[in-house]
Design a protein around this ligand. Structure first.
Ligand code: PEP
Length: 247
């Protein structure tokens, strides 16, 4: 099964209107890429990003959405609102949201369900902390996190993108080795296979300090279908090089 690779930039809480346009212009000039590409920007910039990317082969997405449809949820952004602007992807369950906003496995699964209901593709993040890895809990943790999503989405699970992001590798400059990452990706693929006959077509991205110089080896692994890129997605040249590494 050949799966087209996907490289997604997660800008996190970074950017400014003028700088965003410059970044996207440089990215458009560097492309088109063989791999699918997307950028996930902070909410206030999404309409600008959509405008900048009109006609370009680069999709865009959000970094979170509410599990609720609408109503008295001050500060939250609904999947329907994102869909109205032409949003394609939404990251759910990023480790920073799990850690700083106490998002549970079930809440992450509910967000994925709401996103799918509005035809957005959820990018569901899973990953273990350093303490969990060092105490041999990696497999149990990522399986538990994915299991909540599988149970909540049932046969729709095949419509999500999964991102394995070891917490100890995010923003630290410390990357999982290609072998470490592949081992977890294979485990996740097996779990998805037990739930869906379409698991072989699903994309499982790796995230955690991916740079142009380590991307080729990571993306060469059998079950690594691209990357979720944080810091390096803020530099057009570096992000473009990562997109090319996936081609
Ligand atoms: C991320 O934010 O999802 C991420 C992987 O960050 P970084 O690439 O900076 O480690």
């Amino acid at each position: 099964m050949t799966r087209r690779k996907l490289v997604v930039g997660n800008w996190k809480m970074n950017g400014a209107r003028v700088a965003n346009v410059e970044l996207l212009d440089a990215l458009k000039q560097a492309g088109p890429f063989v791999a699918e590409t997307a950028v996930c920007a902070p909410f206030p910039y999404l309409a600008d990003v959509a405008l900048s990317l009109q006609g370009a082969e680069i999709a865009w997405g959000a970094q979170d959405c509410s599990a609720h449809e609408s109503g008295a949820y001050t500060g939250e952004v609904g999947a329907a609102m994102l869909a109205e602007f032409g949003c394609r992807y939404v990251i759910v369950g990023h480790s920073e949201r799990r850690a700083y906003h106490a998002e549970s496995d079930q809440l992450v699964a509910d967000k994925a369900k709401t996103a799918l209901a509005h035809r957005l593709t959820p990018i569901v993040c899973v990953g273990e902390t350093l303490a969990e890895r060092e105490t041999g809990q990696t497999d149990a943790v990522v399986k538990r996190q994915l299991s909540a999503v599988i149970h909540t989405l049932a046969h729709c699970i095949s419509q999500v993108v999964v991102a394995y992001e070891p917490v100890w590798a995010i923003g630290t400059g410390r990357t999982a080795t290609p072998e470490q990452a592949q081992a977890v990706h294979a485990l996740l693929r097996a779990q998805l296979k037990a739930a869906s006959e379409k698991a072989g077509e699903m994309k499982i991205l790796y995230g955690g300090s991916v740079k142009a110089d380590n991307a080729v080896a990571l993306f060469a692994q059998a079950d690594i279908d691209g990357g979720l890129i944080g810091g390096a997605s803020l530099k057009a040249g570096e992000f473009a090089a990562i997109c090319r590494a996936a081609g």
